[in-house]
Design a protein around this ligand. Structure first.
Ligand SMILES: Cc1cc2nc3c(=O)[nH]c(=O)nc-3n(C[C@H](O)[C@H](O)[C@H](O)COP(=O)(O)OP(=O)(O)OC[C@H]3O[C@@H](n4cnc5c(N)ncnc54)[C@H](O)[C@@H]3O)c2cc1C
Length: 643
């Protein structure tokens, strides 16, 4: 099989490399004689750059660009709207990415100066691509990777209807070491809430930024062919009421290298192929730039197509599968791009919460299905028995995860110390000794000294904080709860302090500005509702887990229980439930749970205490995990990925 690729941009080069790696004959045909130095930089998601990393494995050619760890979104007067951790994104200069791909490409794979003209057909099947310089390339499969104005697309599917250009972007690259050292991995964006104008700056190296000014071109425009002076005057005028940092950055910009980008898209095509010709990248689909997904999608297209061509012998069937597996993701981006454009053009419709971070939406596999068992879990961030039960909940998730989802509810363990009496506990110092005892019995680290040194006055603030986290993202809220427990049980941090709560929210990837806003408003009400529910369900002990199956049969587990007890409940409520084989590989376990105590690791990996210690020490020595040593034990943290 010989594959002829038309277009040597990110999509074409990636596909050429992936096919070549599989020993499939391939030729990339690029219209330019030299690679574009035009174009600035783009954001790329891990889904895209992990494929590039795979391509360069063993080649000692480092992936260009830098990781972007934080998104700071502000109004144009500087007032913060969102501050969010982003650890899956990278900002890469276009020319560096093209150079990186070129370095990996074996000699002779690319033929330059070839402008696609038309296909030569025999018996209704394309057999060759004809180029304007008279050259011809024969092949079995032809791939149009020739960008948004694709001539290949035009040849096989006719013309597409582009949307009107209403939003434009002035883009530039400039050096500012001072700002780059202050904001080393931060994507900063300012957006007006009264008119369609925004400014974004993203570091692309230790000294350079790529910046963009998006503007509503229906309201005010600057000629595409304007001189650098005119472009500068236009930007200065549009951004005159933006914070000083914007001017500080633009002061170093060379406007002769900046240009205006006309943003437009077209609706999802009914197919990406015709016969033996298929489209990838911008030739196949085009979304508005608000979602920052163009380059990532181009690389995913290349990978998906390669995998399917290898898996399915029949290329047309492979093309159909390729369309089927890409179309939903692509149409989501087109739709999201349009939605964001609408909000951008009509800022009066924006409420701070609606601003969407340019994240690629979750994969289908992440979407929760309708599971046969509901579990209501009444807990409290300071509950030590809940901390002890955590390894069991984690294991249940691994072994029976397809049968249940957990609905986390806060039970309000400690309203205040006034007239408090719960078993033997009446004052903070009682908790200190209780925790030390729990630690001795269960072998799980807990440092009770916090109750002597800086006792928490109530467990309500961290409970309300959990509800605020849950309002943003149920999965991240679970990580948040885990994180604040670690802060309290191991690091002796008083998690009533809003600074700790805000830090925890940020660390797990929540939008911390929204978190604070919700904490002060809606989360209070949500917490009250949990308390009412706990009262109605007569929850008096923590943890309380209420398991309900689809026939509304309910079994309640109260307080500490052994693992087999929980398993038994699942089997009683779902008699044919099958336990999944437990994958005890340490790296797998750390990819599921980014932090573990020794007890947790031992329970999940089924290793003895000695083997657990040996394995964890070994992982630590090899740099896979980090550790925090508390008074009564260690917590290990994966260095593979934060979440
Ligand atoms: C010059 C340039 C600058 C860009 N700058 C930015 C930027 O700053 N920020 C950003 O987010 N995105 C930028 N992009 C877009 C971004 O690269 C793409 O959206 C994304 O990477 C998808 O890549 P692609 O390979 O599908 O398309 P493209 O990157 O557009 O690549 C298409 C390739 O096909 C070639 N080609 C076109 N027509 C023909 C033809 N008839 N015959 C043969 N070859 C042909 C082009 O020369 C190009 O190399 C730029 C694209 C280009 C071409």
């Amino acid at each position: 099989m010989k594959v002829v690729i038309i277009g040597g941009g990110v999509a074409g080069l990636s596909l050429g490399l992936l096919l070549n790696k599989q020993n499939i004959e391939v030729v990339i045909n690029e219209k330019m004689t030299e690679f574009h130095t035009r174009g600035h930089a783009f954001l790329m998601h891990l889904d895209g750059w992990s494929i590039l990393e795979e391509l360069s494995e063993g080649k000692n050619i480092p992936l260009p660009g830098i990781e972007i760890g934080e998104f700071n979104f502000n109004k144009s007067n500087g007032e913060p709207v969102k501050r969010q951790k982003l650890n899956l994104w990278r900002c890469i200069r276009r020319k560096d990415l093209i150079a990186f791909l070129n370095q990996l490409i074996p000699e002779g794979l690319i033929k330059t100066g070839r402008v696609f003209s038309h296909f030569i057909y025999e018996n209704g099947k394309a057999v060759a691509a004809q180029f304007s310089n008279g050259e011809i390339e024969y092949g079995d499969i032809f791939v149009g990777a020739d960008g948004s104005n694709s001539s290949v697309r035009e040849a096989i599917l006719g013309s597409v209807e582009f949307t009107k250009v209403e939003v434009k972007e002035v883009v530039g690259l400039c050096k500012n070491e001072t700002l780059a050292s202050k904001l080393p991995n931060v994507f900063t964006k300012f957006q007006s809430d009264t008119r369609g104008i925004s400014f974004g700056m993203i570091p692309v190296s230790a000294s350079d930024f790529v910046w963009f000014m998006q503007y509503n071109a229906v309201e005010a425009d600057c000629c595409d062919k304007s001189t650098p002076e005119q472009l500068k005057a236009f930007c200065d005028f549009q951004l005159s009421d933006f914070p000083p940092i914007v001017n500080e950055l633009l002061a170093t910009n060379d406007y002769s290298t900046s240009y205006i980008w006309n943003t437009r898209d077209f609706g999802l095509l009914p197919k990406f192929h015709e016969g033996n010709v298929v489209l990838i990248g911008d030739a196949a689909h085009l979304a508005l730039p608000f979602t920052s997904a163009g380059t990532t999608n181009a690389i995913i297209d290349a990978k998906t197509l390669t995998d399917l061509l290898l898996k399915i012998g029949n290329s047309e069937l492979a093309f159909e599968q390729y369309y089927a597996s890409r179309k939903d993701e692509i149409s989501k981006h087109i739709y999201l791009g349009r939605e964001l454009k609408e909000l951008f053009m009509h800022p009066e419709k924006i409420d701070g919460d609606k601003m969407v971070v340019p994240l690629i939406s979750k994969k289908e596999s992440d979407v929760k299905g309708d599971k046969p068992l509901k579990v209501q879990y009444f807990t409290d961030p300071i509950c030590s028995t809940c901390w002890v039960v955590q390894p069991m909940l984690r294991r249940l998730k691994l072994e029976y995860g397809e049968y249940f989802d957990i609905d986390y509810r806060m039970g309000g363990l400690l309203p205040s110390w006034t007239d408090y009496q719960r078993g033997p506990i009446t004052q903070p110092s009682d908790v200190a000794s209780h925790w030390e005892e729990v630690c001795m019995i269960h072998g799980i680290p807990l440092d009770g000294d916090i109750w002597l040194e800086d006792p928490l006055p109530s467990s309500y603030p961290p409970s309300i904080a959990f509800k605020a986290a849950q309002m943003q993202d149920g999965d991240l809220a679970i990580l948040f709860l885990r994180r604040i427990k670690e802060m309290l049980f191991l690091e002796k941090k008083n998690i009533v302090d809003l600074n700790y709560l805000e830090n925890a929210a940020f660390e797990v990837g929540l939008d911390s500005a929204k978190f604070i806003k919700d904490y002060e408003t809606k989360a209070q009400e949500a917490f009250r509702n949990d308390l009412i529910l706990a009262q109605n369900m007569e929850v008096g002990v923590f943890p309380t887990l209420i398991f309900t199956n689809q026939d509304n049969k309910t079994i309640i587990a109260k307080g500490y229980q052994e693992y087999e007890y929980f398993e038994d409940i699942i089997h009683q409520l779902i008699p044919n439930a099958q336990k999944r084989n437990l994958n005890t590989d340490p790296v797998f376990l750390f990819s599921c749970f980014s932090t573990m105590t020794n007890k947790e690791f031992s329970f999940l990996s089924e290793k003895s205490v000695e083997d657990t210690e040996k394995t964890l020490d070994d992982l630590y020595e090899r740099g896979y995990i980090d550790k925090f040593e508390s008074k009564n034990g260690i917590i290990w943290k994966s260095k593979l990925a934060d979440y």
